[in-house]
Design a protein around this ligand. Sequence first.
Ligand SMILES: Nc1nc2c(ncn2[C@@H]2O[C@H](COP(=O)(O)OP(=O)(O)OP(=O)(O)O)[C@@H](O)[C@H]2O)c(=O)[nH]1
Length: 341
Amino acid sequence: MVEQVKTVASSLRWLHGDNKRSLEEVILVLLCMISIASVLPFGLFRLWEGSWLSATVDLSLVLVFAAVIVHVLRTGRHRVASLLVTLFYSAGMLATVYLRGVPMVYWIYPTTIAAYFILRPRIALAINTVALLALVVILSRHLVTLNLLTIVVTIGLVNLFAYIFAYRTGLQTRALHTEVERDFLTGVLNRRALDRKLGDYADERRPHMDSCLLLLDLDHFKSVNDEYGHAVGDTVLVRLCTVLRQHTRASDRIFRYGGEEFAIIASGAEPDAALRLAENLRVAVSLAQLLEQRPVTVSIGVALMDKRTSPREWLVQADQMLYRAKEAGRNTVRVAPYREA
Ligand SMILES: Nc1nc2c(ncn2[C@@H]2O[C@H](COP(=O)(O)OP(=O)(O)OP(=O)(O)O)[C@@H](O)[C@H]2O)c(=O)[nH]1
């Protein structure tokens, strides 16, 4: 069900803002819109009835949902807003049951499930469980034990099933993302992952920490394919990635950028450290016997991922340096000149 809502959400282009909005933002806004449409008629009816307290609860909820919509559409921030919406949802539901009695208990079923659309499963489970305990306290003065137990068990089951469903969907989504961003042959990250990672690094909200981008290209790889065949070429690519993994830190990220071209993001590495890393890699590859018949080497271009320039610029600079390394005779490293802050 969560996936179906996500599909509907992603098809609403006007809300999506040309795909600039995250799916989480869109789902939160949709949820608030649906909630306003559901709660507002009741609020107006209570007002017309003269039930001031109930009307205040309902209309306050409507105001909170409206404020959240405006906030999310303007700022794009949804995490705290999602938490607030769930807390208000739960508090509003408890207040309504407290004021109007047992028939209002039906509201807890949609609010229980809604939490899983906008929060991490564990947080939703915690909030729903606390709300259920509060509900037991409120209802205990109205209901005989058996009826109270029936309500608690059914709501508890809805909460548990929704948790399991959301947890399982989360696992599947993460597994899918991992697969989508992995290169099938070598097992390193792919070009899609590189684009996303570079975007993350350019994101202003990340701590200011310069890192370096290395572009590596196998030298004369075409001749390896031509002389020994494509399958041997594939083995060389796989072995190269093993060497790259062995000589980089756990925090560095390796990507297959093109056919025989690889990128490495060296996190938090200044140009000097990145130059040392590139030199280590170049030497390690040349000594690694990627091919039994003859040595295989790489050329490497290095660029500083300066926060004042864009991911596109980092790629252009690293590529230019790679080109220079090739021009300088291959099996060489070249580093882009960088500006002091
Ligand atoms: N075996 C294999 N070869 C690939 C793969 N992807 C690209 N290639 C080959 O990589 C070779 C790249 O050749 P070029 O771009 O001419 O570069 P090069 O021969 O390495 O020469 P320089 O880069 O100038 O040193 C081509 O022969 C491609 O077919 C792959 O997945 N497997």
